[in-house]
Design a protein around this ligand. Structure first.
Ligand code: ASP
Ligand code: MG
Length: 320
């Protein structure tokens, strides 16, 4: 049998047949993605979080709305042994339950399926299958989460700065410098218009926070300032856009019910979640950031799909 011959030249011969293989640059992006995943795990471990295994199917999942940033056309459903289960848009509901049941800081390297409309291919930062580092902290406030996230990014720069892959990609490793600036969303809209995200991103050279978005029922409204929301997005600079979303959580049963009514959610699938809320949720705050978006930003890739070995870009057919 002929041997597998790697030419070292971005081509290889397998049993004498020429195979198309990844370029060295593509492999460098996978290497950086691998180092990022390890750095995320080490960070949460050092900060005393318990890593939970991901949940992929649930009685309910994140409704992802109302959120002006969402263009999900449906939630994936699997009929299994008489139950209709939802594919995870995000584990937010499970995170609230996990904090309640463990009383601990928790995080998950969480695969999410978000069936976005085909037009989302053009944004260059949407995938219909991706992984987010999703975490939740009992008794935390938004300032605690923001400080933790800033610490993560600054430490990440330190951990990655000497990788040989930067040379392969001909780019300088990005140096995150916290604390990041904080804006209210109305400031962004006044300055850049309704579609502020990309324009604002291009106008910055460090990530920045945008707070106070009117969105899903589980993000807490400020009891002292009705109409203000205790939530936050982190935006990457240089036109890369959204990195992370999170919030202080609504944990009061009556207010959760009222917010779900506002959003006209199909209450039945939330039965078990609501039962636990009635018995008492713990106040918490958390966030989730996309691993692929982080790797795209670090590697200055054109499209977030370029950092996936198996591309999952809305509007592109799945090959394998
Ligand atoms: N994981 C995010 C959060 O913690 C929500 C999302 O997945 O978009 O709020
Ligand atoms: Mg978001």
């Amino acid at each position: 049998m002929e041997k597998l011959i790697y030419t070292g030249n971005d081509d290889c011969l397998l049993y004498g047949v020429r195979m198309a293989v990844l370029t060295k640059k593509q492999v460098a992006k996978l290497e950086i993605g691998s180092k990022v995943a390890t750095a995320v795990t080490d960070f949460f471990d050092a900060e005393g979080f318990i890593q939970l295994r991901p949940v992929m199917l649930g009685m309910s999942t994140d409704p992802l709305g109302p959120d002006p940033g969402s263009a999900v056309i449906k939630t994936g459903q699997v009929e299994y042994l008489g139950q209709n289960l939802s594919l995870m848009n995000s584990m937010i509901l499970h995170k609230q339950v996990a904090v309640r049941e463990t009383g601990r800081k928790i995080w998950i390297m969480s695969p999410n399926i978000r069936l976005e409309g085909a037009q989302r291919k053009e944004t260059k930062r949407h995938l219909f299958e991706f992984t987010q580092a999703d975490f939740e902290i009992p008794d935390a406030k938004m300032k605690d989460v923001m400080a933790l996230v800033e610490k993560f990014y600054v430490e990440l720069s330190q951990k990655l700065k000497d990788l040989p892959e930067w040379r392969e990609l001909s780019i300088a490793p990005f140096a995150f410098r916290g604390p990041f600036k904080v804006y209210e969303i109305h400031e962004m809209e006044e300055r850049y218009g309704k579609d502020w995200e990309l324009a604002a991103s291009k106008g910055h050279d460090q990530p920045f926070w945008v707070v106070c978005h009117k969105r899903e029922f589980y993000d807490k409204e400020d009891p002292e300032r009705p109409g203000h929301y205790l939530n936050y997005d982190l935006i990457y600079p240089k036109g890369f856009g959204e990195a992370l979303s999170g919030a202080e959580r609504e944990h009061d049963y009556q207010r959760i019910l009222a917010r779900m009514g506002r959003d006209r959610l199909e209450m039945k699938i939330y039965d078990a979640y609501l039962k636990k809320a009635r018995e008492g949720f713990r106040q918490s705050a958390g966030a989730g950031f996309g691993i692929e978006r982080l790797v795209r930003f670090l590697t200055e890739s054109d499209h977030v799909g370029d950092v996936q070995l198996f591309r999952r870009v809305p509007g592109e057919p799945v090959e394998i």
